[in-house]
Structure formats: structure tokens, C-alpha cells
Design a protein. Structure first.
Length: 132
């Protein structure tokens, strides 16, 4: 879906190293950035239209379960995301021209205001971050 088009929920598809693909989640409100937590147990998806980060447990077969809101972002519009060494998530926010750091539950820990829309954020090796 492109910006300005009528809303149509998105999906998450698992593609295996062998090349097979299967849908593992649906009903995602404009899915954008995704990350897997350092312990490989949780997938977090940025849902731009829903203004939230949504988490899923990752099963041994790659399937997703236990869908839940990881963080309600109020007026935040998450695009690209990454996780830092303290398991807080940074999200890029295009319309609000900022990058925001939040913890599970939605508490804002830091905001960096920018002079233009930001589509992605990344952390360097010295910060211990993992991005996708």
C-alpha cells in the first residue's frame, strides 16, 4: 500500500533459507520496520497506521503467536526501527520529523528532533544496538 491509498491491512510472511514462504501474521496496519530481539524469541513490527509497535512470540518453526501491543505510541508514526542494548526500541518518525526511543509499554525515554522526515534509524557497534 502506498501513502494516500485506501487502507488495506498488511501481512508478515516467513521466507525460509530453502525458499519456501508462508504467511505468519495478518491484519497489520501498514507494516514497516521489524526487528527480532537479541534472544531470538520475539518479533516486533512497526505499525505505522496504528501508531504502535506490535510484538509476537516466535515459535521453533518460525510461526508467530501471542500478538500484543509492545508500545502504544500516541501520536508517533513508526517507520524503521532498531533495538538498543537495554532492549528499548528506537523508531524513525517521518511526519513528526524525529527519532524516538521507547521502552516496552510505551514510555518515551528520548526524542531527537530533526529538520526533515526520518525513515530509518540505526545504532553503531559501540552502542550495542541491533537493527533491521
Amino acid at each position: 500500500m502506498m501513502a494516500g491509498e485506501d487502507f488495506a491491512p498488511g501481512v508478515v510472511t516467513l521466507v525460509t533459507p530453502e525458499g519456501s514462504a508462508r504467511q505468519v501474521a495478518d491484519g497489520i496496519a501498514f507494516p514497516n520496520g521489524m526487528l527480532v530481539t537479541p534472544d531470538d524469541s520475539t518479533l516486533i513490527v512497526a505499525e505505522s497506521y496504528a501508531k504502535r509497535l506490535t510484538a509476537f512470540d516466535i515459535g521453533a518453526d518460525g510461526g508467530l503467536s501471542n500478538r500484543r501491543v509492545w508500545a502504544d505510541l500516541d501520536d508517533g508514526v513508526p517507520d524503521g526501527i532498531c533495538m538498543d542494548a537495554e532492549n528499548a526500541v528506537w523508531y524513525a518518525d517521518v511526519p513528526n520529523r524525529r527519532c524516538v526511543r521507547v521502552r516496552e509499554g510505551g514510555e518515551v525515554l528520548r526524542t531527537i528532533d530533526l529538520d526533515r522526515g526520518c525513515f530509518a534509524c540505526a545504532l553503531g557497534a559501540r552502542t550495542g544496538g541491533r537493527c533491521s
